[in-house]
Design a protein around this ligand. Structure first.
Ligand SMILES: [Zn+2]
Length: 262
C-alpha cells in the first residue's frame, strides 16, 4: 500500500505542476467532498507538499488533499512515478479513476486532453479532500527525532508495531516501513511501547531517519531489506542468517527476526 515514501515520490514528481492553472476537474463524487470540482476549477497551483501519507496540492483557492488508502496511485502528465505497488493490481483501468485534473500552463492557450494529474484507485479506499485538517498527525517519519517519538508514544502501552502504524504517533509509516525500521532498530514488533528503553527509542527514530531515505532513493517502501520477496519467502535474516518469522499483529502481517529483534 502507498506509505509516506510513495507519497513523497509523488509529491516530488508533482512539483512540475506548480504555477499551472487548473482548467478542468473530473472526480468520482463518491470519494470527494461536496462542491469539489467548482471549488478547484480556475485556481492556480502554488505548491505541492506532503504530510505523512497525504499529498497536498496548494492552490490560490483551497488546498487539495490526496489520500491514497490501500491501492491509490498517481499519474502526472501521463507518467506514473511508481509503477508497482504491493497489494495493488498492476492493471490500469479508467473505471478506477477517482480524479482527473487538467491544467493550462501560463503561456499555453490550448488545453491538453491528457490529465495533468490522475488518481487511480482500484479498491476505492482512498479519498479526496479540500483543506484537510492535519492537526491529528504525529511527527513525520522521514525526520523523526527521539523526542518526537517519545511525544508521539505518550503513555501508549500496546505492541510497538501497530502503535507505529497509528498516524497520530508517527505520520507516514505503513506496514512495510514499520517492519523495516524495527528490523534495523533490533526491536521486536510485539514489544509493549511502554517497555522501550531510551536506547530503543533512539534506535527506532534513528532508523527512520537513516533507513527510510535509503528506501526512498531506491524506489519506495517495497525496496527495503524486508522486500515483498523476502517477506513472501520468510527465509533467512539478511543480517544474521537466522530464520525470519511471519506473524499477524492486530490484523497486519509482521515479518521480523526473533534472533536480533528483542
Ligand atoms: Zn536477524
Amino acid at each position: 500500500m502507498p506509505e509516506g515514501l510513495e507519497a513523497e515520490i509523488w509529491t516530488r514528481a508533482a512539483q512540475t505542476l506548480v504555477g499551472r492553472t487548473i482548467e478542468r476537474v473530473w472526480c468520482d463524487q463518491r470519494v470527494a467532498p461536496p462542491g469539489f470540482v467548482d471549488l478547484l476549477n480556475g485556481s492556480t497551483i502554488g505548491g505541492v507538499w506532503r504530510r505523512g501519507k497525504v499529498v497536498l496540492v496548494e492552490t490560490d483557492g483551497p488546498t487539495l488533499g490526496l489520500h491514497f488508502g490501500m491501492t491509490g496511485r498517481l499519474e502526472i502528465d501521463g507518467a506514473a512515478p511508481i509503477t508497482r505497488l504491493e497489494y495493488a493490481s498492476n492493471r490500469d483501468r479508467a473505471a478506477w479513476d477517482r480524479l482527473r485534473l487538467w491544467t493550462k500552463a501560463t503561456n499555453d492557450t490550448s488545453p491538453s486532453e491528457r490529465p495533468a494529474l490522475r488518481m487511480n484507485d482500484p479498491r476505492r479506499l482512498g479519498r479526496l479532500s479540500l483543506d484537510p485538517d492535519l492537526s491529528g498527525l504525529g511527527a513525520d517519519c522521514l525526520t523523526l527525532s527521539a523526542d518526537e517519538l517519545i511525544a508521539g508514544l505518550g503513555r501508549r502501552s500496546g505492541a510497538i508495531k501497530p502503535t507505529l502504524l497509528d498516524q497520530a504517533v508517527v505520520a507516514g509509516l505503513g506496514n512495510l516501513c514499520a517492519d523495516e525500521v524495527l528490523f534495523h532498530a533490533g526491536v521486536a514488533p510485539r514489544r509493549p511501547a511502554d517497555s522501550l528503553t531510551g536506547d530503543d527509542i533512539d534506535a527506532i527514530s534513528e532508523q527512520c531517519r537513516l533507513r527510510l531515505p535509503v528506501m526512498l532513493a531506491a524506489g519506495g517502501s517495497t525496496h527495503g531489506d524486508l522486500s515483498p520477496e523476502v517477506r513472501a519467502a520468510v527465509g533467512a535474516c539478511p543480517l544474521d542468517g537466522a530464520p525470519l518469522d511471519r506473524t499477524s499483529i492486530n490484523g497486519r502481517t509482521a515479518v521480523w527476526c526473533p534472533a536480533h529483534q528483542r
